[in-house]
Design a protein around this ligand. Structure first.
Ligand SMILES: [Zn+2]
Length: 271
């Protein structure tokens, strides 16, 4: 399916994905082609993707850009590289994780501002840490399309959970994107987003509200993370508890860094 001129969203088999939205894989077509993310590493699904790539861009795949080294984005990259000879591109800070966890050796270690030209499509790498330290967004200058991985999703709010996730960086990275003229956001999961600026401002506002909530809870006295979670998410499904703890921790770490909150022996209090 073509989501913008020369930009395809490769349909994925959602049956194997546990969540509501399977990971999105996109193909950018110029004289050569670039894949944005690679999905999971299940043979059958990767096979279908390769068929699609071969049909739409025969012998043209030059790069496989990985928005961040998580299994639903980097998983299929080894098989796709093996079949196509394309080069795997990853932010330099994710190289060790890619190698150790997924046995993926990137061919190109990208940094903020790097440009990949595939002939008629200019791809700019924007380092956007937060969801993970190595998260990147990819901006196509010609069509003003922004691929966001899990930094911005087509539905809900992305996970920013300590220790891997960093709330300060996440908000800074969202602010940074406000400097770009974005016509369409193609996220790592869920449908694409037309009103980019509104979405970005919404995401920032959501985290600011959550932060105010954390501060309000701490105004009543010192508390540990478990207590804060039970106050902030009073009816949370127990399966999401651990994730909620790590997200609240990400907020607390930001507040400690900003010297608004102090921590001692696993408890937090207003400074
Ligand atoms: Zn993901």
């Amino acid at each position: 399916m073509e989501v913008a001129p020369g930009i395809h969203s490769i349909p994925v088999d959602t049956l194997t994905f546990m969540g509501l939205y399977a990971p999105n894989v996109y193909l950018v077509l110029g004289k050569k082609a670039a894949l944005i993310d690679s999905g999971y590493d299940y043979g059958e699904i990767v096979g279908k993707r390769l068929e699609y790539i071969e049909k739409v861009a025969p012998h043209k795949l030059e790069y496989i850009l990985i928005t961040h080294p998580h299994p639903d984005h980097i998983g299929g990259s080894r098989s796709i590289k093996k079949s196509t000879g394309a080069k795997i591109v990853l932010h330099s800070s994710g190289a060790a994780r890619a190698r150790n966890r997924y046995r993926v050796i990137p061919d190109i270690l990208a940094k903020d501002g790097d440009i990949l030209d595939i002939g008629g499509q200019t791809l700019e790498i924007i380092h956007t840490p937060g969801h993970s330290p190595a998260s990147i967004c990819v901006y196509v200058r010609e069509s003003k399309v922004l691929f966001t991985g899990d930094h911005i999703l087509g539905m809900g709010t992305p996970v920013v959970d300590a220790p891997e996730g960093d709330m300060t960086q996440y908000i800074d990275s969202l602010q940074k994107l406000l400097g770009y003229d974005i016509g369409l956001i193609c996220p790592g999961h869920g449908p694409s987003i037309k009103e980019a600026e509104r979405k970005i401002r919404e995401l920032i506002a959501h985290r600011q509200e959550r932060e105010i909530q954390v501060l309000r809870c701490l105004r009543q006295g010192r508390k540990n993370v478990a207590r804060l979670v039970s106050e902030i998410y009073p009816e949370l499904d127990y399966r999401l508890l651990e994730l909620a703890r790590r997200q609240v921790l990400a907020h607390l770490r930001k507040l400690v860094r900003e010297k608004k909150v102090i921590s001692a022996r696993g408890e937090y209090a207003l400074k």
